[in-house]
Design a binder for this molecule. Structure first.
Ligand code: PBG
Length: 340
């Protein structure tokens, strides 16, 4: 029989043993005191887009607040990163459609946009790290990350080109090579090619668990590959039903010489991030993709959500899940906020 003579307080004390978890949440100072994870500016990698030419702002329609920058604009971004103490900028090109072909040959041009921007940024601001993506999609007429034969994306033929792309970028001064192509064996081949070219210090951040995802949509708009994409990327990017396979991908990339691994997209794949971070104990990064960024921005612009709060909350979620750092288009905004 229920004993109605026991007060609510007595009942709560009986089940909690006097532990009241709200006690530590009373004040901002106590919440800060016991916070388990901390977002810091040192966690940020800022992806930017570079384009040919000069002059006017060129906004990316599907990414509010993001512009395609000129080479000069990239140098300004690097200075901003330095001033805000953002450690790394990740660079992605919008290649003129006339320069795109079947094999993405512009990727191998030592004077392509990415290489020129890298050289300019490293010359002006050597203390900011530069990450360059290794994949052919900004350069191919079909929008795929590798070379095609018929409907197939060829693995080994693509890897040969990706190795040359990596060397060209490292020779331009790129500090971190980021293979995002998901071809098998590319990390080992790229490491070997970099070493053979005398680029032993170039780091590799492997996009290890990169899923075939709808969350890349705005990015493809930004680099101009979306409209051209023939079919989808499911024969090389991972199936989102899989977890164990992500562990195999990461283990393989590490065995092949990756210095750091990455999970992408981020928020819908926090389970994968948490598992990889716990399993390997190596620097593990998350990519808050263009689609994740634009969702937050769109909701904020409509007044449906507090954009700044959602930004910090999502970035904190990556940290909580075990990320060493996050690639995010919010980087300068977060850095300003953390500084202020
Ligand atoms: C290229 C690449 C993509 C992204 C990073 N590198 C797109 C894709 O694989 O189709 C997506 C980044 C983003 O959505 O922010 N391989």
């Amino acid at each position: 029989m229920t004993n109605f003579s026991v007060s609510t307080t007595e009942r709560i004390d009986a089940v909690t043993g006097g532990t009241r978890l709200r006690r530590l949440r009373q004040a901002d100072w106590s919440r800060r005191l016991v916070r388990e994870t901390q977002l810091s500016t040192a966690d940020l990698i800022w992806p930017i887009f570079v384009r040919e030419g000069s002059g006017e702002k060129q906004p990316v329609a599907s990414m509010p607040g993001v512009d395609r920058l000129t080479v000069e604009g990239c140098v300004e971004a690097a200075k901003r990163a330095r001033d805000l103490a953002i450690p790394v900028i990740a660079l992605f090109p919008y290649t003129d459609p006339g320069l795109r072909d079947e094999t993405g040959s512009e990727a191998l041009n030592p004077d392509n946009l990415v290489c020129r921007a890298t050289r300019a940024m490293k010359a002006a601001v050597p203390e900011v790290g530069i990450l360059c993506d290794v994949a052919l999609d900004p350069y191919t007429s079909h929008g795929h990350d590798g070379v095609m034969r018929g409907e197939r994306i060829l693995n080994d033929e693509s890897v040969e080109l990706l190795c040359r792309q990596a060397v060209v970028q490292a020779e331009a001064g790129c500090d971190i090579i980021g293979p995002s192509d998901m071809m098998d064996g590319r990390v080992a081949c790229i490491r070997h090619a970099l070493d053979a070219a005398g680029c032993r210090d170039a780091m590799i951040m492997a996009y290890s668990a990169k899923y075939a995802s709808a969350f890349y949509g705005p990015f493809r708009d930004a680099v101009g590959s979306g409209g051209m994409l023939k079919g989808d990327k499911r024969t090389y990017q991972m199936d989102y039903g899989n977890t164990d396979e992500a562990l195999r991908e990461a283990a393989q990339d590490l065995a092949e010489g990756a210095d750091m691994i990455m999970v992408k997209p981020g928020l819908p794949y926090l389970d994968i991030l948490a598992r990889l971070a716990a399993e390997f104990g190596v620097p593990t990064f998350a990519y808050q993709t263009s689609g994740e960024y634009s969702m937050i921005m769109a909701a904020a612009e409509n007044g449906w959500m507090d954009g700044e709060k959602a930004m910090v909350e999502t970035l904190s979620a990556y940290k909580r899940a075990g990320a060493s750092g996050i690639l995010t288009y919010f980087s300068p905004m977060v850095a300003e906020m953390l500084r202020g």
